[in-house]
Design a protein around this ligand. Sequence first.
Ligand SMILES: NC(=O)C1=CN([C@@H]2O[C@H](COP(=O)(O)OP(=O)(O)OC[C@H]3O[C@@H](n4cnc5c(N)ncnc54)[C@H](OP(=O)(O)O)[C@@H]3O)[C@@H](O)[C@H]2O)C=CC1
Ligand SMILES: O=C([O-])CC(=O)C(=O)O
Length: 262
Amino acid sequence: MKIGLIGRGAIAGFTRNEAEKRGHSIEVTLLRPDRAAAGSDGPCGRTINTVDAFPDDLDLVIDCAGHTALATYGVDVLARGFDLMTVSLGALADPVLHDALVTAAQRGGARLHLASGAIGALDCLQAARVGPLHAVTYVGRKPPQGWRGSPAEAQVDLDTLTNGAVTHFTGTAREAALAYPKNANVTAAVALAGIGFDDTRVVLIADAEVSRNIHRIEATGDFGDLRFEISGNALPDNPRSSALAAMSVISKIEQLCQSVVI
Ligand SMILES: NC(=O)C1=CN([C@@H]2O[C@H](COP(=O)(O)OP(=O)(O)OC[C@H]3O[C@@H](n4cnc5c(N)ncnc54)[C@H](OP(=O)(O)O)[C@@H]3O)[C@@H](O)[C@H]2O)C=CC1
Ligand SMILES: O=C([O-])CC(=O)C(=O)O
């Protein structure tokens, strides 16, 4: 695939390396206008600053840059007719942005692909909701540094939390996804696969006793009961983000290339 990337952080770096190892080409990287002069060549390859500058022959654009980036560029990317993959699923909790992306995709004849990110069991939730599902709860537990730059900082001193755990959020997936744009995109994945943003219950915990990002789903429905838990290693460049989130981007690229899709 010929790919355009948005972002140059931890997930983007992993995506670049692994995609190129697998024979895909990162043709160009979109950065904020003040980050790199358009057309410059550096560790991100050829850089651009606007959606207009994406070459016409791209197969896919991948957003690895968070909610603001999806809100800033997503509509224009889809309206230009490029398929767009995103890890910034939590941004879809904003109904205005959600509808604008859907309209742009329809106008451009393109699709928005949601990477599964740092969590799993989404296939099970999607099937179970046919039943229907009755209740879904997500509990996210990360080491204190995994909540840096989030509203948790207003409730708990992350630097001095060296033992025990503090619950800093309980509420809906919509509230969590919007309030924790860098830490709780998984709540959006669970909501979108299951019973939606307003009915999915969320608990977020800073836990000094854990060293990995632990995501737990509990669901009940006509299908039976589901309990799923993953302990994800963080990416070396960003303790907030699990390595699986970056791996899920590569997995989705491979899915898009396959004739037999699971
Ligand atoms: N679905 C999931 O399970 C997960 C989703 N995520 C989402 O992925 C995002 C990226 O994660 P990660 O790579 O670890 O984060 P990093 O902080 O390592 O990198 C973020 C990158 O995005 C760039 N960026 C931010 N805003 C814009 C913008 N408006 N325009 C262009 N570039 C922008 C930053 O650019 P600059 O260097 O110029 O600041 C930086 O290169 C997270 O913010 C989060 O929303 C993360 C983990 C899991
Ligand atoms: O990477 C993770 O473990 C989860 C995360 O940050 C997110 O969902 O935004």
